[in-house]
Each structure stands twice: as C-alpha cells, then as structure tokens.
Design a binder for this molecule. Structure first.
Ligand SMILES: *[C@@H]1O[C@H](CO)[C@@H](O)[C@H](O)[C@H]1NC(C)=O
Ligand SMILES: *[C@@H]1O[C@H](CO)[C@@H](O)[C@H](O)[C@H]1NC(C)=O
Ligand SMILES: *[C@@H]1O[C@H](CO)[C@@H](O)[C@H](O)[C@H]1NC(C)=O
Ligand SMILES: *[C@@H]1O[C@H](CO)[C@@H](O)[C@H](O)[C@H]1NC(C)=O
Length: 276
C-alpha cells in the first residue's frame, strides 16, 4: 500500500543518507533524495522524472530551487507527525521551495509536514496533482498560491497559519479542507470555491470544501450550506459544530483500504489527540 511504502521510505531514507552521495545519480532513479545543491544541479537536467519518490532531505538547508523539471512522481519534505518530546529527529532546514517549470505530479502527491523553517512554496505552472496536496504545521508558510493548479485527483489538506490561500484555476478535487490559525476568511474562500467539482472517493475523510478557524463565524462547510455564515461575517443560525463527527471520521480512516497522505496525517493526528 502506498502509505506503508511511503513510511518505510521515510525511515529508510534517514538511514541511507550517508551512502546516497556515493551512488550514481540518474533521471530514472526510483527514489530521489535531495540533500544538497549537487543533487539539484544533477536533477535539474531531467525534464521528466519517473520513479516513485522525490524527497527533500531533512538535512537540506536554505532555499530549494529546481528549474528544468516538468514532471515528478511526487514531492515530499518533513514528517507525517509532530516531533515528540525527547525525540532526536532532525528538523528540516529547507526555507523555500521553488519549481518554476513543474507542471505535473504524476503518481503521488505533495506533502510538506512539520517543515519548521519553510516560508514559501512556488509552483507557478503546476497543473495536475495525481495524489493529495497536504501542507501541515509548517507555520512560517503564510501564503499559498498555486495559480495554474487545475486538477487534484486526491484531497487537499491545508493546516497551518495561513493568511492567504489562492487556487484560482482549481476545477476539480476530491475534497478541500482548510484549517488556519492565520488571518483568513472562510466565507470568502467558500465563495471562491463555489463552482469547484468534487470527485469524492470512498476513503475520503472529508467531503466538499470545509474551512475551520477558531472563530465560529469564520468557518465553512459546503455540504451544510444553511449553517454557513454570510460573507460579511454574520453568525450562523445554529451552533452544532462538527467536531464530534470529524473525530469519528478520522478514526475510521484507520480501516480505509486506500490511504493517502491526507488520511495518514489525520490518522496520526487523531491517534495523538486520543493519547492526550
Ligand atoms: C531554522 O531557523 C532558525 C532561525 O533562523 C535557525 O536558528 C535554525 O538553525 C534553522 N533550522 C534548521 C534546521 O536549519
Ligand atoms: C500528467 O502525467 C500523467 C502521468 O504521466 C498523465 O497521464 C497526464 O496526462 C499528465 N497530465 C498533464 C496535464 O500533463
Ligand atoms: C501574504 O498574503 C497577505 C494577504 O493577502 C499579503 O498581505 C501579504 O503581503 C502576503 N505575504 C507575502 C510574503 O506574500
Ligand atoms: C459538513 O457538513 C456535513 C453535513 O452536515 C457533515 O456530515 C460533515 O461532518 C461536516 N464536515 C465538517 C468538517 O464539519
């Protein structure tokens, strides 16, 4: 299954850090791990990278700029869950990610999880993501703008301190979930995403467009229109927030036959919440 492979590779990648530099690089490598500029300088000569995994290493530091590459199997950086007390895991040092020529994520998704120093991501020509788009707890990253993104076959989960989310070309996604502690307007996003087409999958843990902030009059649930606030911020007529049902849905993700980044992230968050 995809996630077990993903988790396995995350574990293994840490272990093979030391030997990676000794291997010969090739555009058709199945696992690509970018540790430093030497790796970037090689892979920027590959217009299409097939493989299964493209990982920005925990040890990579500073701005990550990869021109030239048009398609990648997936892009991931960071971790799937928060750092536990006493853990000696290495914090990611990447500060920005820019792939100006990337148009297609061909087999997986994009994941940035717990990337503590990440301030910007730029994929100006990215059109299609075959899997999920998940950006989790990477708090310096305040603005997300993916101007060309049209289709996400999986779900989108944006959880962080966002002040701006701009997906102006998006037409189709299986679900779109935003949680923000930043300065964002859920009703404005609700209006912006009003004509999105949702292509739900059986295993999705969310549906439609849902947006959550700490303020009850700044939330949105496209599946529950009568409880949505108006754009000018008038309170909804009823309370009844969906947190209970959301928790149940998270738990059921454990049994899902197909599990993507989003489900895996929520499952790990759910487990951590239960253990508190
Ligand atoms: C993250 O940024 C802080 C502040 O600039 C810096 O001290 C720290 O070393 C950076 N972390 C990594 C892993 O590069
Ligand atoms: C993206 O890549 C996939 C897999 O190679 C392909 O099926 C699809 O047509 C591509 N989409 C675009 C918009 O290039
Ligand atoms: C982020 O978005 C906000 C709100 O649109 C804007 O005021 C701010 O300048 C943007 N910041 C950056 C770094 O682009
Ligand atoms: C959105 O509303 C639907 C219908 O009431 C509900 O089943 C779902 O749990 C809600 N989603 C969230 C994230 O609150």
């Amino acid at each position: 299954m995809f996630v077990s492979r993903f988790l396995l590779s995350v574990t293994l990648l840490t272990a093979i850090d030391a030997v990676a530099a000794l291997e010969t690089r090739a555009c058709d490598d199945s696992w690509i791990e970018i540790v430093d500029q030497t790796d970037i300088d090689f892979y920027k000569t590959c217009p299409n990278v097939d493989g299964t995994l493209f990982f920005i290493d925990h040890l990579f530091k500073g701005p990550f700029e990869l021109p030239g590459v048009k398609s990648l199997p997936e892009v991931s950086s960071g971790y799937l869950g928060p750092k536990l007390k006493g853990s000696d895991r290495v914090d990611d040092g990447v500060t920005s990610v820019s792939m100006p020529d990337l148009t297609n994520i061909t087999s997986g998704g994009i994941l940035f999880g717990y990337v503590n120093n990440l301030t910007s991501v730029s994929f100006p020509n990215l059109n299609t993501i075959t899997g999920d788009l998940a950006i989790i707890d990477s708090y310096p990253l305040r603005n997300i703008s993916l101007p060309a993104l049209t289709t996400v076959n999986g779900g989108v989960l944006l959880d962080g301190h966002f002040d701006q989310i701009s997906l102006p070309s998006l037409k189709s996604v299986s679900f779109l979930r935003v949680l923000s502690t930043g300065d964002i307007s859920c009703p404005a996003l609700g209006a912006a995403f009003a004509s999105l087409t949702f292509t739900p999958k059986k295993t999705d843990i969310y549906s439609g467009f849902t947006c959550w902030t700490g303020y009850e009059n700044n939330r949105w649930n496209s599946s529950d229109p009568e409880h949505n606030p108006t754009i000018d911020g008038t309170s909804p007529t009823s309370t009844g927030s969906g947190s209970g049902s959301a928790t149940n849905t998270k738990a059921s993700a454990a049994n899902a036959p197909r599990v993507g980044y989003v489900e895996m992230l929520l499952f790990s968050v759910g487990v951590l919440c239960l253990s508190h």
